[in-house]
Design a protein around this ligand. Structure first.
Ligand SMILES: [Zn+2]
Length: 331
């Protein structure tokens, strides 16, 4: 039988309360008042809650609305949060009661093992999945992310890893992929990796002096030796609004193919924004251009989000009340 202490009960009930608050915030779109485009960005900016944790909480709170037995068990503190989180993805109206019974009989670890065999019976949708662990090198990861982004943008929706792999396989099985193409893709990814290292170094620049001594010398030497990832021949015309594909690529690479807004982790539908708007006299130069996702870009043009400063490392994002999106740690 499960060992359930008052501490576990308190923690679980607090998790449930937070999950319900997050769901209410999501439905009321309260995050817009904080300059955030989603509840996930709000949770990361204001509470340092990782997006996957927030996603799980919102999902559990939403599912419990249709699962009376699990809901009652959660409210009365008869099931721990971790079990709830583990079981709700498998729960249906039919399996609701049985899962509460199961939660009372097994530990979290036992439940995880039991679910491998019970999943198909509890929720047939979970039957065809298999978790695979691959060891990939950094070039492969960068190339896969680019391919996933391109396929998702072609399809006008975010594809899952599963869907992307099927489409990539179909492409290979019906076309060809020679060594020259592979080499050029790897070279492209190599520049992305250098740009990523440069960004990591930027964060080291802000380390307090006493901690800077802790950075291994070898790392600093390697950093100084990094070949430039920027295209030195690339020029920006300050008075021309549209960007060339090469200019766009360089800015995407600099900003890590991710929205620059704090806490926003969107890597799709990225756009380049003039920090001082072009029609307010802003110029097309690297320092006045920042990569944003379409949602954050829209927020800026609706004035729900205010962006000032200089790209890439002097950006200042505030909500419409003037509050910083991610306040300094001592605030
Ligand atoms: Zn964004």
């Amino acid at each position: 039988m499960d060992v359930f202490t008052p501490l576990t009960r308190d923690l679980s009930q607090q998790h449930l309360r937070l999950a319900r608050e997050l769901l209410a915030f999501k439905r009321l779109k309260t995050y817009l008042d904080f300059g955030c485009n989603s509840i996930y960005q709000w949770a990361i900016c204001k509470h340092d809650l990782p997006p996957q944790e927030t996603r799980a909480m919102v999902c559990v709170a939403e599912m419990l609305e249709t699962l009376p037995a699990l809901r009652a068990a959660a409210e009365q503190g008869r099931i721990s949060w971790y079990k709830l989180r583990l079981l709700t993805p498998y729960a249906t109206e039919e399996s609701d009661e049985a899962l509460v019974h199961l939660a009372g009989q097994y530990s979290v670890d036992q439940l995880r093992k039991a679910l491998r065999y019970l999943a198909a019976g509890l929720n047939p949708d979970k039957d065809t999945e298999k978790i695979v662990t691959w060891k990939l090198d950094v070039h492969t990861i960068v190339l896969f992310e680019h391919a996933l982004r391109k396929l998702s943008e072609q399809q006008q929706r975010r594809l899952s890893t599963n869907e992307a792999l099927q489409r990539m396989s179909a492409l290979v099985l019906t076309g060809n992929c020679d060594d020259a193409a592979l080499q050029s893709c790897r070279d492209y990814a190599g520049l992305d990796i250098l740009a990523e290292k440069a960004r990591e170094l930027m964060t080291l620049r802000d380390l307090p002096e006493e901690l800077k001594d802790q950075v291994p010398e070898i790392q600093l030497v390697k950093v100084a030796d990094l070949p430039p990832w920027e295209n030195r021949l690339l020029r920006f015309n300050p008075h021309r609004h549209p960007l060339t594909p090469a200019q766009r690529t360089e800015l995407m690479r600099r900003d890590g193919y991710c929205c620059s807004t704090p806490g926003c982790q969107n890597t799709l539908w990225l756009q380049v924004h003039h920090i001082v708007w072009f029609y307010h006299g802003g110029v097309t130069v690297r320092g006045n251009l920042a990569v944003l996702c379409s949602a954050c870009h829209r927020m800026i043009h609706k004035r729900l989000l205010i962006l000032k400063g200089r790209a890439p490392d002097g950006l200042d994002f505030r909500d419409r009340f003037g509050r910083l999106l991610r306040p300094p740690p001592d605030d």
